[in-house]
Write a protein that binds this ligand. Structure first.
Ligand code: LMR
Length: 394
């Protein structure tokens, strides 16, 4: 049987991780995979997470199963974090998932169950794994214009034109904040226009929010998701705790289904539980429990929020430093967009050949579409990157 298996295409981001690890050069710089690093290049265990883990170690008396949707307290805490009071709680079904990727996968499976004809509209570009999962599930995918290669901002006119061709029942995959891979985001006026279009055309939004707290702040980054959820009849939200709690390997995420009215909620909730059971039974608990402890304890929550703010403002400072340095070296504002982008990533907007050149000649690793992880930089490496960008002729 095994002879029927074919080699699978390598994931672009994970492949880069390996290439970086294998590069013997000492001064190499990793701007590849989306993992936060502090000024020392370390991905720390956040202080509140350490405290919660200590308490958990002392107080946890069993590791028996939770429930198919995980601990409902995790759902409540995450609904609060992501949705605030935007929608009545009794309209929301939620299930813990293995990371944000697990939530994306379950959301797509739910869509396929509910409406096999639905086409999924994805931003061009989007996170490569969105496309890979969609392809694996054999779901029809349609790209909508998103990134303006000239301005490095959002091609809003193109996006609206393309979504204007979507058919009722289609699903529009949107990044709640901190667009991955571009770093270019809609403003709130544009979000409202997208919502109006969704409602006019009977399209369902599916929001992937993996970087809440990495852009303009915890509340600010949730504003678009909340506006969408409160303005459309139904939506799906896949949220990740990997980045904002720094618990990447714990695989902590959640899928929420927001219904038009509370009467729909039980079937949605049951469907999420069913899908969990089919795919992996019980979702992982450790990370979800830490998140719940942190969000439900005033002191831990304050500690977590403070550290997240340090991370966020640190990334903003790096963005500004890089934009300033490139302004100084080029005497132009060509790279000013780097300070305007939000989140962990910016798409530099150069060719794959230039990306190869940066890697080969300068030991600077970024994804082939020129996505850079801003958190992979620090005050010392920003000038090195800026010099390489200019010397390479980008
Ligand atoms: C990324 O985009 O680099 C992260 O979301 C990590 C991943 O799983 O690809």
């Amino acid at each position: 049987m095994f002879e029927n298996l074919k080699e699978q295409p390598a994931d672009k981001i994970l492949m880069l991780m390996k290439m970086f690890a294998d590069d013997p050069r000492e001064r190499k710089i990793d701007l590849g995979v989306g993992v936060y690093r502090n000024a020392q290049g370390v991905t720390p265990v956040m202080r509140a997470v350490k405290s919660a883990e200590r308490t958990l170690w002392e107080e946890q008396t069993t590791k028996s199963y939770t429930g198919l949707i995980g601990d409902p307290a995790f759902g409540d805490a995450m609904i609060g974090l992501v949705l605030g009071n935007a929608v009545p709680r009794e309209t929301v079904a939620a299930a813990a998932t293995p990371g944000g990727t697990g939530a994306v996968r379950q959301a797509l499976e739910l869509i396929r169950m509910a409406n096999p004809q639905a086409r999924i509209w994805v931003s061009d570009p989007t996170w490569p794994n969105h496309l890979s999962i969609l392809n694996y599930l054999k779901m029809e995918t349609v790209p909508y214009r998103y990134f303006d290669a000239e301005t490095r901002g959002v091609d809003f006119t193109g996006m609206m034109e393309d979504l204007g061709r979507a058919a009722p029942g289609d699903v529009v995959l949107l990044h709640g904040c901190c667009h991955n891979p571009t770093g270019a985001n809609l403003n709130m006026v544009e979000w409202q226009a997208v919502i109006d279009l969704l409602n006019q055309r009977g399209l369902m939004p599916m929001i992937d929010i993996a970087y809440q707290g990495f852009g303009d702040g915890l509340e600010e980054d949730a504003a678009a998701t909340r506006l969408v959820a409160s303005s459309v009849p139904e939506c799906l939200i896949a949220a990740s705790c990997s980045k904002n709690f720094g618990i990447y390997r714990e695989r902590t995420g959640i899928l929420m289904a927001v219904a038009q009215d509370a009467a729909r909620q039980p079937v949605n909730q049951g469907t999420l539980a069913f899908l969990n059971r089919q795919n992996y039974s019980f979702p992982p608990d450790h990370g979800a429990r830490l998140v719940t402890m942190i969000l439900n304890d005033d002191a831990l929550r304050a500690e977590w929020t403070a550290e997240l703010e340090e991370m966020r403002t640190g990334m903003l400072a790096i963005r500004q430093q890089l934009a300033d340095e490139l302004q100084r070296l080029t005497g132009s504002d060509r790279f000013a967009f780097l300070a305007q982008h939000r989140g962990m990533f910016s798409r530099l907007g150069t060719t794959p050949e230039m990306v190869d050149k940066l890697r080969t000649d300068y030991g600077i690793y970024m994804v082939g579409d020129s996505r850079m992880n801003i958190a992979g930089l620090n005050a010392q490496t920003v000038p090195i990157l800026a010099r390489a960008i200019v010397d390479a002729g980008i």
